[in-house]
Write a new protein. Sequence first.
Length: 414
Amino acid sequence: MTTNMTSQDLIALEDEFGAHNYHPLDVVLSRGEGVWVWDVEGNKYLDCLAAYSAVNQGHGHPRIVKALVEQACRMALTSRAFRNDQLAFFYRDICQLSGFAKVLPMNTGAEAVETAIKAARKWAYTVKGVPAGQAEILVFSENFHGRTTTIVGFSSEDQYKNGFGPFTPGFTLLPYGDADAAEKAMNPNVAAILVEPIQGEGGIIVPPAGFLKRLRKMTQEHGALLVTDEIQSGLGRTGKLFAYEHEGIRPDIVIIGKALSGGLYPVSAILADDEVMGVFKPGDHGSTYGGNPLGAVVARAALAVLVEEKLVENSAQLGTYAIERLRKLKSPHIKEIRGVGLWIGIELHASAGGARKFCEALQDRGLLCKETHEHVIRVAPPLTISRQELDWALEQLEAVLGGDSMGAQDPTGN
Ligand SMILES: *Cc1c(COP(=O)(O)O)cnc(C)c1O
């Protein structure tokens, strides 16, 4: 459906009928192709958020769209009461690509995190021998694992939790990046450590080198599982297939989502070997849409694009280039540039007055970025971005952040 309504009309309509649980930039998008998106007035933007890394393969990738359309016409949903003829191929592809023995498919990221929590707890009771009801999972401050009541219950962000309790017990919150604190918290009831290798929603927080390696070592020594949430960091975003590879470790459970379906349709999953995945017996867990044939073909196509178009390699190369170039930028506003691969956080000084107005100035120049927390601009374009397109994006960032244009009258610096 196309519309003759303006952005302002559509925003008013949305505000009238929709819950106000988001505060988006006021850009109403109607079309996307590769790294580019267009609003209803026809303005063109480079998408530097890529739907929180769900669109690593670029908007409307023809191969993934084709897979989706063809399968939608053949068969979309069987439920898991019956088998379907597409699921096995997705299982095989993701296991061969990741090197894990087994996969369990879900839909959204939060559901996959819940699945990992259930797997870890059941493993603790049935394999490790933790007394009933005593399993503990160690988690970290500034985490983001989704929005279910169990997951927000172990968030350190007040707004995610306030008004939504009571919460699920059994989680211990520790400072992110502090391996000593994790070591101290280890005890016989610990089922797992759940960690983001790099915190995306936390503000592209890269922990100290060796942090994951130490978590791996202590979980092995204490007989607990290491669970990495790679929903945002995985599938190429950091220049490796999985961010944990930067530390040369292998977790026991990996949680994936977002780019697993290239932004076309929600598909998430957990990956594990037999000892852990074997805890699930028929009837223990499930989802009506999880593992449906439409999701299976979309995910397979999205993974094939990732591999065949060498998006992981492109992320590594262009990410290193972009970070180096941004670090050379002289700006009174920038406190720190951090990131790995095409996943970059530009943290501004408090004196800059917040990242949002910079994102709005970037929007005026045709670059869509989203502030993360108050002071961080996140730069995370689709991994299909070319060097030329990236150069253009960096020029816009340099123009808005360089010099003192943001303090002057004209917010675009013209
Ligand atoms: C986005 C995200 C989630 C939640 O995924 P949804 O699909 O929004 O439920 C969980 N963990 C991380 C690290 C994420 O970035």
